[in-house]
Design a protein around this ligand. Structure first.
Ligand SMILES: NC(=O)c1ccc[n+]([C@@H]2O[C@H](COP(=O)([O-])OP(=O)(O)OC[C@H]3O[C@@H](n4cnc5c(N)ncnc54)[C@H](O)[C@@H]3O)[C@@H](O)[C@H]2O)c1
Length: 240
């Protein structure tokens, strides 16, 4: 498939997991991808330009968006995937950790949307933001993460309505359990009751990053042309 031939994609979180799989998927479908991550190990590919930046830093985001537009000759697709996670009971969730979850997951998404929007209006482009099933379903010991992802979903729905008259689509993709470094880093403290999670296991096994990349590619492509202001939950039936 060459659905992204000639497309100019700005993508965050490209070094590992879902973002990495998405960068490779879109480049494989013909896109030129400006790939941002804090981790410099962004995949090497002739159509992927790596750029190291912290999505939570306003000046670094401004620089990344300006460089992406210069390198690509505009931006028609913005995909926010960068994110962090924290699992802990409320009592031990520090203010610094809560703030960092909001800064990276929510404010990072906001900053990229705000800075890239003039280019997306120009191109009548598309935004795909990454939330989580935590945005709409109870996940104990993940309150800070859930708050940040609920914010991403709410932000994206309102943004979709705001920019639809200017021809820009905004879609939220909410993955369930996907086998990535982020999921491997989830550890519960010894004394927590993890039985809740036994009731929300995926019915078809944990997902691979490529499955989420495929959904993001669908949402961002012309195949998703009638999608906006919608959340696509991709969770293997864990939250039916
Ligand atoms: N894996 C899952 O089960 C799952 C479930 C629901 C939602 N998600 C969401 O999917 C997205 C991707 O997660 P993943 O599982 O692929 O995790 P991951 O850890 O493999 O990838 C996250 C990427 O974001 C980058 N990143 C983190 N902080 C950054 C920052 N401040 N600036 C720039 N880059 C930064 C990391 O370096 C990494 O490359 C995240 O937003 C995550 O919350 C994942």
């Amino acid at each position: 498939m060459e659905r992204f031939a000639g497309k100019k994609v700005l993508l965050t979180g490209a070094a590992t997991g879902i973002g990495r799989a998405t960068a490779l998927r879109l480049a494989g479908e013909g896109a030129r991808v400006f790939a941002v991550d804090l981790n410099p190990e962004i995949p090497s590919h002739p159509d992927i330009t790596p750029h190291v930046a912290d999505v939570a830093d306003e000046e670094q985001v401004k620089t990344a968006v300006a460089q992406a537009a210069k390198e690509l000759g505009g931006i028609d697709t913005l995909i926010n995937v960068a994110g962090i996670h924290k699992t802990t009971p409320l009592a031990t969730l520090s203010l610094a950790d809560f703030r960092r979850l909001l800064d990276v997951n929510l404010l990072g998404t906001f900053l990229f949307c705000r800075e890239a929007m003039p280019y997306l209006v120009e191109s009548k482009g598309v935004v795909v933001n990454t939330a989580s099933t935590s945005a709409t379903h109870a996940h104990p010991y993940m309150t800070g993460y859930a708050a940040s992802k609920g914010g991403v979903l709410a932000f994206s729905l309102s943004l979709a309505a705001e920019v639809a008259p200017r021809g820009v689509r905004v879609v939220t993709v909410s993955p369930g359990g996907v086998v990535t470094p982020l999921m491997s880093s989830v550890t519960f403290p010894e004394d927590v009751d993890a039985s809740f999670y036994g009731r929300i296991m995926p019915q078809v096994g944990f997902g691979e990053p490529e499955a989420i990349a495929g959904t993001i590619a669908y949402a961002a492509s012309a195949d998703g042309a009638y999608l906006t202001g919608v959340e696509l939950r991709v969770d293997g039936g864990s939250h039916v």
